[in-house]
Design a protein around this ligand. Sequence first.
Ligand code: FNR
Length: 369
Amino acid sequence: MSKLFQDYDLRGLKLRNRIVMAPMTRSRVPSTVPDALTAEYYGQRAGAGLIIGEGAQVSEQARGYLFTPGLHASAQVQGWKGVTAAVHERGGAIFAQLWHVGRVAHCSVQPFDRKPVAPVAVAAAGVNAYGYREDGTPGQMPASKPRALDTDEIPKITADFVAAARNAIEAGFDGVEIHGANGYLFEQFINGGLNTRDDRYGGPSIDNRLRLLLETVDAVAEAIGSHRTGVRVSPFNRGFDMPAFEGEAETWLAAVKALAAREPAYLHISNRDSMMANAGKDFVQRFRAAWPGTLIVAGRYGKEHAERDLESGLADLVAFGRPFISNPDLVDRLRNGWPLAEADPATFYGGGAAGYTDYPAWEESLETA
Ligand code: FNR
C-alpha cells in the first residue's frame, strides 16, 4: 500500500493516514468566534490524517486580518469546541495554529487603531492586509508602519501563546502548531535582514534572532507537553517582504538543531517549492538530515510527488492546502484515483458557505450529475 494511506503514530496520537490538511485562513469568522459553519467545513475534511486549523490569533494585538478566529477569549474556546467535536466524531485529529502577524496588519484591526508591533519599525513594503477603509468598509490596504517592541514587552507575547495553547487544549484540539512561517512575527525576528535590534532578541547573533521562537516553544511545550506542540517554518521564504540575508542557511540550520533538542511533535515546512527554488536541493537535504523527528512538508503537492517524498524520507507527512479547499474528501479521491476539483481563488477569503462548505465530495457530485 502507498505510504500516503498508512497510519502514523504522532507521539501517541494515531493518524489514519499521512495526509495533512494545511492551515488555511478563510476569513469567514466575522465575530472571531468559530460557529456551526466553521464546524461543518472542518468536519467535512476530517478524512485527513491530521487537520491543522487556520491561523488563530493569540491576542488582539496578534491579529492581522478581518474575520479571522481567535483563541484568547472564552467565547472563542466555546466556538472551537464545536469544530473539534465535528472532526473527532468522524475519527479525525486536529491541531490549532497559533498566530501573531507582527507587522503584517493594518492599524484598523488593532485595538484602538494602534500601530501593529514588530522587531523593528519598518513597514512590510508592497504587502496588503485586510482591514477597514476610512469609510468603514472592509478592504485590502497597505500594511501599516509598525512600532518596534520594547524588550520588556516580549515575554508577554510568549505568555499569550501559552494562554492560547491552554485554550486550544480546553477547546478539544489534539495539539497546537506555533506559526513561525510565512513572514509573520517569528520570521520577522529570525530574518537577519530585517531584525536589526540591539537587544537580546535581535541583531547579527543567530541565537538572539531565534530567541523569541525558542522561548515560546519551550513555554508552550512546558504548558501542554512537547508531544502536543508543533512548529511551522518557511526557510528562504521571500513573501511578505522577507529579504535574503547573510548567513541565512546557517540561521535555519541552527533553528532546526535548537528545535530538535526540544523534541516538539513535529516540524512543518510551509513552502517546499520556494525553499527548493531559493535555497537549493543541497540545503533541503541538510535541513532534513538535521531534523530527526516528524517532518511535515507542504507546497504544491500532488499524489505522485507526495508519494515520492514519503518514500525518499524527505517528508514523514505531506500537507495539502488548496486541494483540500475544493475536495473535502481529498483522501478518498487520492486513494481511488478520482479526479480533483479545482479551488476558486475568488472565494478563498471571506463570504459564507459558497466556496467553503459547498464543494461536494466525489460521490455526491456523481449523484447530482
Ligand atoms: C494559506 N496558507 C497558510 N499558511 C499558514 O501557515 N497559516 C494560514 O492561516 C494560511 N492561510 C492560507 C490561506 C489560503 C487560502 C491558502 C491557499 C494558503 C499556506 C498553506 O498552508 C500552504 O502552505 C500553501 O497553500 C501551500 O500548499 P498548497 O496549497 O500548494 O497545497
